[in-house]
Design a protein around this ligand. Structure first.
Ligand code: SAH
Length: 248
């Protein structure tokens, strides 16, 4: 069981697999006023940067679940490196349907809401692990500027304009599901650059090392087209943020 190989090629050198920077994760941990010992569940935990740095900086304990064997392994190494391996665990597996054995204070899905079949389903899934007055974290894209045409939405790699909401509409949708939005930290274009532009050098180096791989043609095509596509579309139109929610 694993995620499509293209991601483990293009994002193998990423510590954070979304448009957040280390500073943004630190800000998020700070504004949530995390108490030492708080249990945090993270579905789609990637290379574990959020849980590992929060364990180091705020004394949380955590469980991450991720379907990528490579990223889960990187997360365990990161925990060792930061000296928090006794406080965070990383499970390699499908997070769909995953419910924590003990209730948690924070239940997160940061940039992987397809795990619950969309935002609403993921909120429902996370809520099953959450203790009373706990906080849900949802990391999700939104339209920073509404795309003028469906073609622009496709340029952003969205299926259609209706795949994402504007920021006010996204916040309203959380209200419609019965949740207060109690905090939010938004990515910026620099953060998008760290996520997207960092893939280009990774792809270039991978191509040098793997010229005869079955994926070389696809990776070559992406490296050729991605810089112009990204700056024409995603960088201009897509926003991204992590939203902290509490049931009303
Ligand atoms: N939250 C992390 C990773 C976001 S990228 C971060 O902020 O860095 C999305 C992650 O979801 C990837 O690590 C991918 O391996 C993982 N993923 C995709 N489908 C999954 C599934 N069904 N169950 C668990 N993890 C999944």
């Amino acid at each position: 069981m694993d995620i499509p190989r293209i991601f483990t090629i293009t994002e193998r050198a990423h510590r954070i697999h979304n448009p957040f920077t280390p500073e943004k994760f630190a800000t998020l941990g700070e504004v949530l006023r995390l108490e030492p010992g708080t249990r945090v569940l993270d579905l789609g935990s990637g290379s574990g940067e959020m849980l590992c740095t929060w364990a180091r900086d705020y004394g949380i304990t955590g469980t991450g679940v991720d379907m990528s064997q490579l990223f889960s392994g990187q997360a365990r190494l990161r925990a060792e490196e930061l000296g928090v391996a006794d406080r965070v665990e990383f499970i390699h597996g499908d997070a769909a349907g995953f419910v924590a054995q003990e209730k948690v204070g924070v239940a997160a899905c940061v940039g992987a809401t397809w795990i619950g079949g969309g935002v609403a389903g993921t909120i429902e899934l996370l809520a099953k692990s959450l203790g009373t007055n706990g906080i849900l974290l949802i990391g999700e894209p939104f339209w920073r500027q509404a795309p003028p045409t469906e073609e622009v939405a496709k340029g952003c790699l969205a299926g259609s304009i209706s795949d994402f909401l504007t920021l006010p509409n996204l916040l309203a949708s959380f209200g419609d599901l019965g949740y207060d939005v109690v905090e939010m930290v938004l990515a910026d274009q620099e953060g998008w650059d760290r996520y997207e532009a960092a893939k280009w050098l990774t792809m270039r180096r991978w191509l040098e090392a793997n010229p005869d791989d079955d994926f070389a043609k696809e990776v070559r095509a992406q490296l050729t087209s991605e810089p112009v596509r990204y700056t024409s579309y995603t960088r201009e139109y897509m926003g991204w943020g992590v939203f902290a929610l509490m049931a009303r």
